[in-house]
Design a protein around this ligand. Structure first.
Ligand SMILES: Nc1ncnc2c1ncn2[C@@H]1O[C@H](COP(=O)(O)OP(=O)(O)O)[C@@H](O)[C@H]1O
Ligand SMILES: Nc1ccn([C@@H]2O[C@H](COP(=O)(O)OP(=O)(O)O)[C@@H](O)[C@H]2O)c(=O)n1
Ligand SMILES: [Mg+2]
Length: 221
């Protein structure tokens, strides 16, 4: 008979078999992660998984964790990894794709270490949207998505958590040479120009009419 442990191991094994390609998309609240991910999906064929969106859907589904998730979000706190990782793994398996933008995760050391231990997936790179707090605050207060956590009191708490818990994760990946940092304070299209340069590396774009390139090459040139 399968126990909870067996089933979580099972999902990790099935996911590992897909050998998924993962890009972590990080940045402060309101830095434009979701906005840019939607554009990357259109041009580069990734599936966008927002940890925040998955947690909100889980909360709204009336699951046993719903109240806990709501309380954590309203305080700007990070939900225990166990919950978020299960949601991410399920969404990855169900997507049918093998390329993922994981937006808003890992948000602290516990998220990072647990994801690595459970999934054994190492990100290809980390896209980091760097933006001033002043600009992020302005954007969130204008976001109008009806999010309960988009109020000034919770925003301040989220900024604190970002500085204290999420920036160290970005530093960790900087140490591994994996961070691609973007100036996210610019207008959406200008930010996306920079983003495209990362997904279409310049060395590849230079190869015009290169021999031996497969179908993918035509989209790049
Ligand atoms: N480069 C930008 N310049 C101005 N506004 C932006 C920019 N990128 C996103 N926005 C707006 O700012 C708000 C927050 O963006 P969002 O993508 O939800 O950020 P995040 O997912 O990082 O919290 C949204 O209302 C979005 O339309
Ligand atoms: N890895 C994550 C991501 C989000 N969250 C929670 O979800 C909230 C909203 O995350 P989000 O990514 O949707 O927020 P934005 O950065 O898009 O503004 C966070 O403030 C946390 O409370 C979490 O607990 N763990
Ligand atoms: Mg978002």
């Amino acid at each position: 008979m399968g126990t909870a442990n067996d089933s979580s191991k099972d999902i990790s094994v099935r996911l590992a078999e897909k050998k998924p390609k993962v890009v972590f998309v990080l940045g402060g609240p309101g830095s434009g992660k979701g906005t840019q991910c939607e554009k990357i999906v259109q041009d580069f064929g990734y599936t966008h998984l927002s940890a925040g969106d998955l947690l909100r859907a889980e909360k709204n589904s009336g699951s046993e964790n719903g109240i806990m998730i709501q309380n954590m979000m309203n305080e700007g706190k990070i939900v225990p990894s166990e919950v978020t990782i299960k949601l991410l793994q399920k969404a990855m398996l169900e997507s049918g794709n093998d390329k993922f933008l994981i937006d808003g995760f890992p948000r602290n050391e516990e998220n990072r270490a647990a994801f690595e231990a459970v999934t054994k997936i190492e990100p290809e790179f980390v896209l980091y949207f760097n933006c001033s707090e002043k600009e992020m605050e302005r954007r969130i207060l204008n976001r109008n998505q009806g999010r309960e956590d988009d109020n000034i009191e919770t925003i301040r708490k989220r900024f604190k958590v970002f500085l204290e818990s999420s920036l160290p994760v970005i530093e960790y990946y900087k140490g591994k040479g994996k961070v691609r940092e973007i100036d996210a304070a610019k207008p959406v299209e200008e930010v996306f120009e920079e983003v495209k340069g990362i997904f279409n590396p310049p060395e590849v774009r230079k190869v015009v009419g290169g021999r031996g390139w497969g179908r993918g090459c035509c989209a790049i040139l």
